[in-house]
Ligand binder design. Structure first.
Ligand code: URA
Length: 233
């Protein structure tokens, strides 16, 4: 593929801007500066370096963010900055979208992609990709609350009780709850319906993919093939 097209596909701006990046010798391909935007390169295992920063080529973008509190999962945030502000501009430019939403005050694992099929599959209630949350509760968790969450609780605008796929107390005030769907404020409302209150909420896993302990809050990283495989399980 021509370098100009490669750069454009990876979010480095219009074709014209990408040509200028090359002419200005700001682009290296696999470590070698290339000032010819029409030079052809195979995209397999290709790494671009733009202004000294390495960008491995990804035909489609799949990434995870350790979402901090204080960010909205929206392209048009109203009261707080949007999560997209935490991503570098080439990723925003190539149109990555957050997959599902976390509340502004919820932290943890949030996926992004520009692959429409993947976004649909991961977000679709039909696939019921389980999501695991760690809730810090105001009151100590008791066995009756866990039992109620597993049996199903009735939320005010629902007609049938909703049950957690899994639920266990991981500490006196720490609840691990697995949900197959993602209704508005679902964990907070379920825990409230069971007689407790969520003080802090973190998503710790989606399917078999867990939030890596070494991914700092506010940081993102590409999903590896192994990560994607875990999501497909
Ligand atoms: N449930 C909630 O209550 N909030 C979230 O952000 C996610 C699930």
């Amino acid at each position: 593929m021509q370098l100009e097209r490669i750069l454009h596909s990876q979010g480095f701006g219009s074709r014209k801007l990408c040509r200028i990046l090359c002419y200005d010798e700001r682009v290296a391909v696999n470590g070698e500066i290339c000032d010819d935007p029409s030079a052809d390169f195979p995209t397999d295992h290709l790494t671009l370096t733009v202004d000294g920063e390495d960008w491995p080529y990804h035909e489609k973008a799949y990434l995870m963010l350790n979402k901090p509190a204080g960010y909205e999962c929206s392209l048009k945030p109203q009261y707080h900055p949007g999560v997209h502000a935490l991503l570098p501009s080439p990723l925003r430019e190539r149109g990555v979208q957050n997959i599902g939403r976390l509340d502004e005050d919820t932290t943890g694992l949030l996926l992004f992609s520009d692959d429409g099929t993947f976004i649909h599959r991961m977000g679709s209630p039909k696939w019921k990709v389980p999501k695991v949350y760690e809730a810090t509760t105001k009151h100590p968790i008791d066995a009756a609350q866990v039992k109620a969450l597993l049996a199903g609780v009735l939320l005010n605008d629902e007609t049938v009780p909703i049950a957690a796929l899994a639920c266990e107390a991981a500490g006196p005030h720490t609840l691990h709850l697995t949900l197959g769907e993602g209704k508005y404020h679902q964990v907070k409302r379920m825990v409230a319906a069971a007689g407790n209150r969520v003080e802090a909420l973190k998503r710790i896993a989606i399917g078999a993919l867990t939030l890596p302990e070494d991914l700092p809050v506010g940081e993102w990283r590409w999903l590896s093939e192994a990560d994607l495989e875990k999501l497909r399980k």
